[in-house]
Design a protein around this ligand. Structure first.
Ligand SMILES: Nc1nc2c(ncn2[C@@H]2O[C@H](COP(=O)(O)OP(=O)(O)OP(=O)(O)O)[C@@H](O)[C@H]2O)c(=O)[nH]1
Length: 370
């Protein structure tokens, strides 16, 4: 079945794969839309100008030819975008539309188009060039275009004009063009600013959604994403990967004896101590309550054991100060080195089993699979 909706969707999204940025993707969609409107309208107007001209040498013939050339250039921009699905392809395509449009508009101003109505089309220049070129380049293009129109219209003795315009028409045209241009510049500036603020906010929320507010470490969600990524990488490159599950011992007692706030402080400090003791490629996350999960890429369980013992001793040797209270805690750690056939759930549960064994061995110790 002929699916019009799908066809339109595919048409508008041609070339959008070149970028993950919603702003750039939107820009490409508008380029596609403008390209379509551009080449169909110029094509229709071009054909009707040719028909009017009866193919004899008059203004309509030239107008028709210029409009058809513009139509071909707009169509070409789409072909470039489709075949060179890259950032350079998009830039080239957008520049082609921008310059073809500006030259066409200037031609309409010079010749007057149909019965001197040609200049009325110039108002489409500001929105199109600002959208395609962005604020800075767009502003330069609008400015250059306005200067070109002024030069053409006010050149001594109207030497550059083929059409006749009254002085009132020329001045009103340029004033209104500058007003419309400035409004679009302001609109584009506000649009870009709002977009930037929204993007920053969304990035901040995205980051926060992966962080544990108490310890500042990754939370379960952030860690699961990292685990998934590392797991895939390890499988692809047949590398070692070890995980460690760690739990603060008798933590209930810390809460009961010193209060929940003191317990929170201990979780935070132990977390920071862990984070400081790791290499850049390792990750530690607060997995839940007083539990931490370590992800150690390219590490065997023997290497992990050395690290775990170092961290365990560091925690035990540290003093945690809460007001006038000084307390110490210990941790138990379960290690598991992943095998290629292991699922993540299986690996985590095996690390958990080793942690349980550490607890039953009297706590404050590290257990790996024998
Ligand atoms: N202060 C504080 N306490 C928490 C937090 N999350 C969990 N807890 C407490 O941690 C304690 C964990 O207790 P248990 O699971 O019995 O384990 P435990 O006392 O550490 O004993 P073992 O694990 O067997 O060594 C509970 O009292 C929880 O309320 C937290 O975010 N802050």
């Amino acid at each position: 079945m002929f699916n019009v909706k799908k066809l339109i969707f595919e048409y508008l999204n041609t070339g959008t794969k070149v970028s993950n940025s919603p702003a750039v993707r939107q820009q490409i969609q508008v380029t596609n839309l403008f390209g379509f409107i551009g080449y169909t309208i110029t094509f229709i107007l071009g054909i009707s100008a040719l028909q009017r001209s009866d193919f004899s040498h008059n203004e309509d013939l030239y107008l028709g030819i210029v409009l058809l050339i513009a139509s071909v250039l707009f169509f070409l921009s789409r072909i470039i975008l489709k075949h060179f699905q890259s950032k350079n392809g998009y830039t080239f395509s957008a520049n082609l539309v921008t310059y073809a449009l500006m030259v066409l508009m200037l031609y309409l101003v010079i010749t007057g188009g149909v019965k001197s109505t040609g200049p009325l089309w110039i108002y489409i220049v500001p929105p199109v060039v600002l959208f395609f070129g962005g604020l800075k380049r767009g502003l330069i293009h609008v400015g250059l275009f306005a200067v070109a129109v002024i030069v053409v219209m006010w050149y001594p003795n109207n030497t550059m004009l083929l059409a006749h315009y009254s002085d009132e028409f020329k001045s009103r045209l340029i004033y209104s063009f500058i007003t419309v241009g400035m409004l679009f510049v302001f609109y584009e500036y506000s649009r870009q600013r709002s977009f930037k603020i929204l993007q920053e906010l969304s990035q901040r929320f995205e980051k926060q959604a992966r962080l544990d507010p108490l310890s500042g470490l990754q939370n379960r969600r952030g860690m699961l994403e990292k685990l998934e990524y590392e797991h895939q990488r390890t499988l692809r490159h047949t590398k070692n990967m070890t995980i460690m599950m760690c739990d603060i011992d008798n933590f209930k007692r810390v809460n009961d004896e010193f209060g929940h706030d003191a317990g929170d402080q201990v979780i935070k400090e132990v977390g920071q101590l862990f984070a400081k003791g790791l290499r850049k490629q390792d990750t530690v996350a607060r997995w839940g309550g007083e539990e931490f999960l370590f992800l150690l890429p390219e590490t065997t369980q023997e290497q992990a054991f050395i690290l775990a013992e170092k961290l365990r001793i560091k925690v035990a040797d540290s003093e945690y100060v809460f007001g006038s209270t000084r307390l110490s805690v210990t941790v138990s750690i379960g290690i598991y080195q992943m095998h290629p056939q292991d699922s993540l759930d299986h690996a985590i549960s095996r690390a958990d089993t080793n942690l349980y064994r550490a607890k039953t061995h009297g706590r404050n110790c590290t257990v790996k699979t024998d």
